[in-house]
Each structure stands twice: as structure tokens, then as C-alpha cells.
Design a protein around this ligand. Structure first.
Ligand SMILES: NC(=O)C1=CN([C@@H]2O[C@H](COP(=O)(O)OP(=O)(O)OC[C@H]3O[C@@H](n4cnc5c(N)ncnc54)[C@H](O)[C@@H]3O)[C@@H](O)[C@H]2O)C=CC1
Ligand SMILES: O=C(O)[C@@H](O)CS(=O)(=O)O
Ligand SMILES: [Zn+2]
Length: 435
């Protein structure tokens, strides 16, 4: 497949991975050894925060009172959409019971984990929507205890709207702890909370690496690190809207890649010429982030046709994938690797990020090649069970005994032997490995 890069990235999500991994390992080990005292020291070091970590009910009430009414209504609108979509998704997992052989019944149950730890990023921006996405889905899944941990601002603590969102969506505990110290405190059960069974939520490279390192001891939703986005656009796409959408996701941070893939070079050149002005027009922090992301991480790729565009996109496996091209059904059918798909110019990643109802906690750095984003299913354990009548036990016992013996697992075989001997004392069975 021939691809022409009109713009090629000098850095990727793996560029700083080694350094990040070392930093995070040291912090995790320290917090595991020294507990809350170490977590508080890192809060002071990284966030210049020495205030209260566990929010009291009075602090929650005071924060909620500071949120403007219109913003509360918007947050509740987003919550309602996320909740209703989560409920529909939950309905797709059913407990089942199946008589697989006469008298032998097998089944599946979906059991929610007890304790969920939801990380809500708040370093560069106030990610109110992340509180909605994580807490609402945990609540719909049926988790008994939900903790939110989020980065405090120096001298101020948590953003009031994040507190309102976490509280309104159903958090049982809210902590002012960011980054690795927030994730570690939820995983180790510090500050009076139950140890989390699963840690979910997005964050920067330190948060994503902390979750990755703790995985196994605790469940995680997925690697949801620095945001990335890809737009597939054909000759009919509106260059101004494509450029605006690229910039909208480059503002996340200096390490947020945005990629444009097209089969129409004039569109690519038009978009390339528009992006710098759109970035220059942003407020200072957003401009700095978007400029760095655009310069170092962005790519503009021209392909020969739509099939090559789709194949390129699947290779990148972006977190957000937008299609601004004709024949949307063809794309929906063809594309295989993405966290969330935005079909057509009339929708945009920002809708999904904030309020449309699909979850914005999504796989990054290519993780969309093997997983989808956060949903109720991530909090639910699909477990199995079985029971049998004595008749139902017969055939499976014989097969079990012979397979076990052939494997050399004599004790397993005898667990089947004793049942056959007890339930069918008058029958002879050849239970040897060669039987
Ligand atoms: N994949 C997804 O679904 C989503 C991803 N995001 C991503 O979340 C991220 C948010 O990042 P931030 O604004 O930074 O907020 P954040 O809350 O993730 O990180 C802030 C924390 O980083 C820690 N930190 C900062 N510098 C450090 C250092 N040198 N060593 C150790 N720890 C350090 C501090 O403890 C601070 O509390 C962005 O990259 C954004 O793209 C946001 C929403 C959704
Ligand atoms: O990575 C993401 O999903 C973000 O784009 C979500 S938000 O824009 O930070 O709300
Ligand atoms: Zn976004």
C-alpha cells in the first residue's frame, strides 16, 4: 500500500515510555511501603497541595453550592445520557442457564465488582465529564462502593464542578489526590476506603502507567492515557471543519496525536494551511498544548483510495475515529479498530467527550486494536457455574476420569471415580487411560 506523508510525527506515545515507567515504579513502591504519609508528600510535591484529602460532607455541600445552576443542569443532562446508554448496554449481558447434556446444567452470571476506584484527571483541564463517565457506569453496573480521586489545584483543592458531578452521579467517597498517588491510594485502600477491585478512568502518562503497573493486583478498564484522534476525510469534506476538529483534540496536551488520513491531496493541503491559525486563536494554555501536539505528534497522510484509508486507520487503532466521507455505512461496516467512532460531519468527538451518552474513557496508544472503551461490562465479572443430577454426572465423569489419567492427573481422575462408584455401584466402567 502506498502512503504519502504530507506531515510526519517526530514523536509517538512510546517516546517517553521508559522514563515514565521508572518514575511511576519508584512512586508506587514508596507509597506501598510508607502508605498515606508518602501519598501526602507526593501531593505536596506534584500538586503543591497540603489540604484535606478525604472530602467531608460539608465540603461536598459547599462545593456543590458554588456550581452555577445552568452548569449543574448540563452535567445532569450528560449524566442522564451516559446512564441510559449504560443501562441499555447492561441489558446486553444476560445471566444464562443451559442444559448442555441431559442432567448437566451450565450457566453464566454477571457479577459487578464490589469496589470501583474512578480516577478523574484535572491537571491541565477540569475534566468534569470524566467524573460523569466513570461514576455513572460504575453505579449502573451495581458496584457497592465507588471512590473518586482527582488532582487538586494548589491551595484550592478539587474543582467544585468535579465534586458536584462525582456526587450527583453516585460517588461514595471523593478524594483530592492526583496522579500516581491517587491511583495507588485507591489500589492499596488508603484513606479509609476499601481496596479497589478495579481502577478506571483516564489520565496522563503517569496515571496510565500506574494503572498498567498495578494490573493483576487490581483490575483496570484499559490503558486510557493521552488522547489521540484520527479523521478520515474524502474530497467532499469541509476543510475548515476537519481542521477545527483536529485542533479540538490536539489541545489535550503536548503529547496528544491527531492524524488526518485522506485520498484527496488538495483537502490535505487545505487543512494543513488552516490549522496554524486555528491554534494561534486559542487561549494561551490550549494554544501551547495544541501547538506542541501538532508540531511533534500530528500526521497528515494521503492514500490511494478508501480501502487504503481504512487499512491505515485500523493500523493506527485510534482512540477517537471520525469519518467525514460519503457512504457512512460502508465505513461503519469496514472499520475494525477504534475506541469510539463518529460518523459524519453532523457529530464530532467533542459531543462524545462531554454529553452524547457514549463513554469518553477510551483506549489510547493503539490499545483499540484489542479493546473497546469503558462500559458497564468492564465492572462486571462474567462467571460460570454448573450443577448435575446423578444421571447427568455419569458421562462427564467417565470422560473426566479417562482424560485426567491420560494427562497423568490421577487425583483428578479419582474425583470422578468416586462419584461413579457411589452413584452406579452395580455398573462396570473402563476408566483407564486407554479405555
Ligand atoms: N483516554 C481517555 O479516555 C482520556 C484521556 N484523557 C487524558 O488525560 C490526561 C489528563 O492529564 P492531566 O491534565 O495532566 O491530568 P491528570 O490528572 O491525569 O494528571 C495530573 C497528575 O499528574 C501527576 N504528575 C504531573 N507531573 C508529574 C511528574 N513529573 N511525575 C509524576 N507525576 C506527575 C501529578 O500528580 C498530577 O496530580 C490528558 O493526557 C488527556 O489527553 C482525558 C480524558 C479522556
Ligand atoms: O480522550 C478523551 O476521550 C477526551 O477527549 C475526553 S475529554 O475531552 O477530556 O472530555
Ligand atoms: Zn477531547
Amino acid at each position: 500500500m502506498k502512503r504519502t506523508y504530507l506531515k510526519k510525527a517526530s514523536r509517538t506515545s512510546q517516546s517517553d515510555a521508559g522514563e515514565t515507567s521508572k518514575t511511576v515504579a519508584a512512586i508506587l513502591a514508596d507509597i506501598e511501603t510508607r502508605g498515606e504519609a508518602a501519598a501526602l508528600e507526593y501531593a505536596a510535591k506534584f500538586d503543591k497541595y497540603t489540604g484535606n484529602v478525604e472530602l467531608t460532607q460539608a465540603e461536598i455541600d459547599a462545593a456543590c453550592a458554588r456550581v452555577p445552576q445552568k452548569l449543574k443542569e448540563d452535567i445532569l443532562f450528560a449524566h442522564d445520557n451516559v446512564r441510559r446508554f449504560a443501562e441499555v448496554q447492561k441489558g446486553t449481558v444476560a445471566d444464562v442457564e443451559y442444559e448442555i447434556n441431559p442432567g448437566l446444567i451450565v450457566g453464566q452470571k454477571a457479577i459487578p465488582v464490589s469496589a470501583a476506584g474512578c480516577y478523574v484527571p484535572a491537571g491541565r483541564y477540569r475534566h468534569i465529564a470524566s467524573a460523569v463517565m466513570t461514576v455513572t457506569t460504575a453505579k449502573v453496573a451495581g458496584c457497592e462502593h465507588i471512590t473518586v480521586s482527582s488532582a487538586p489545584q494548589p491551595g484550592e483543592g478539587l474543582n467544585p464542578a468535579i465534586v458536584f458531578a462525582a456526587h450527583a452521579c453516585g460517588a461514595d467517597k471523593i478524594m483530592a489526590l492526583g496522579g500516581v498517588q491517587g491511583v495507588a491510594s485507591m489500589a492499596f485502600g488508603l484513606f479509609g476506603q476499601p481496596k479497589a477491585n478495579i481502577i478506571v478512568g483516564p489520565g496522563n502518562q503517569f496515571v496510565a502507567e500506574a494503572k498498567r503497573s498495578l494490573y493483576g493486583r487490581v483490575g483496570i478498564d484499559m490503558i486510557a492515557g493521552p488522547t489521540d484522534s484520527l479523521i478520515l476525510a474524502d474530497k467532499g469534506a469541509d476543510a475548515h471543519i476537519v481542521a477545527t476538529d483536529l485542533v479540538s483534540q490536539a489541545e489535550h496536551g503536548y503529547n496528544s496525536p491527531v492524524w488526518l488520513v485522506t485520498d484527496h491531496e488538495p483537502l490535505a493541503r487545505d487543512v494543513l494551511s488552516r490549522v496554524p491559525d486555528l491554534i494561534a486563536d486559542l487561549p494561551a494554555l490550549n494554544r501551547e498544548n495544541a501547538e506542541a501536539a501538532w508540531n511533534d505528534y500530528a500526521e497528515v497522510i494521503v492514500c490511494a483510495n478508501r480501502e487504503d484509508m481504512a487499512a491505515t486507520s485500523d493500523e493506527y487503532a485510534p482512540e477517537h475515529l471520525t469519518v467525514q466521507a460519503e457512504d457512512l455505512d460502508w465505513w461503519l461496516n469496514r472499520l475494525k479498530c477504534y475506541g469510539s467512532l463518529f460518523l459524519g460531519e453532523e457529530t464530532t468527538v467533542s459531543y462524545g467527550d462531554k454529553a452524547a451518552g457514549t463513554n469518553h474513557v477510551l483506549p489510547t496508544s493503539g490499545a483499540a486494536s484489542y479493546t473497546g472503551g469503558l462500559s458497564v461490562h468492564k465492572y462486571m465479572k462474567i462467571v460460570t457455574w454448573q450443577r448435575a443430577s446423578r444421571e447427568g454426572s455419569k458421562q462427564v465423569a467417565e470422560a473426566t476420569a479417562r482424560i485426567s489419567r491420560l494427562e497423568g492427573m490421577e487425583a483428578h481422575a479419582r474425583a470422578a471415580d468416586v462419584r461413579l462408584a457411589k452413584y452406579f455401584p452395580d455398573e462396570d466402567f473402563d476408566l483407564t487411560a486407554n479405555g
